[in-house]
Design a protein around this ligand. Sequence first.
Ligand SMILES: [Zn+2]
Length: 161
Amino acid sequence: MFLQMVDTVDRATRSRVMSAVKQRDSRIEKMFRLALWHAGLRYRKNVRILGTPDVLFRAAKVVVFIDSCFWHGCSRHGRMPKSNVAFWRAKIDRNRRRDLRITRTYRRQGWRVVRVWEHELTVSSQRAVGRVMSAVARAWTVDVRLRHSRGRKVPLNSPEK
Ligand SMILES: [Zn+2]
C-alpha cells in the first residue's frame, strides 16, 4: 500500500518539500537544545532508543520530542501540500499514531515524555524549556534514594555549535 502511494507523488516535489522541512526542523532543534544547555540542563541527544528522542535525560527518565508542525500534523499549522493530499495525509496520520504509541510505551515504563511543538519554539523557547526543567526536577524529587543508589552521573556532552 505504501509503495503505491509513493508512486503517486512527483519525486522532485516530494524531495523538495522534505528537505526544506527537514532543514528548518533541525535548525529549530539545535536552537532548543542550546536553550536547554544555557538553562543548565545536561542531556544527551539523538540516542538510538525508542523513537530517537531529540533530548534524553537517562537518569531522570525524561525524554523530549520536538514535533514538527508539518510532520506531526499540528492542527494549527499542519497545512497539507496542494498536491498528493492523500499521500501526505496518510503519512502524517501514521506519524501521529506512532507518536502516541511511543509516548504510551515510555509512560508505561515510568518515563516522563515532554512533547514540544515546533510552533512553541518559534517566538520564544522559554516556556518549553520550563516544561523540560520541571519534568527533570520532578524526577529528582520523586525518589532521592534511587538517585543516590544509581550515583549521580550526569551525562556530559558539549553544546552544538
Ligand atoms: Zn504548529
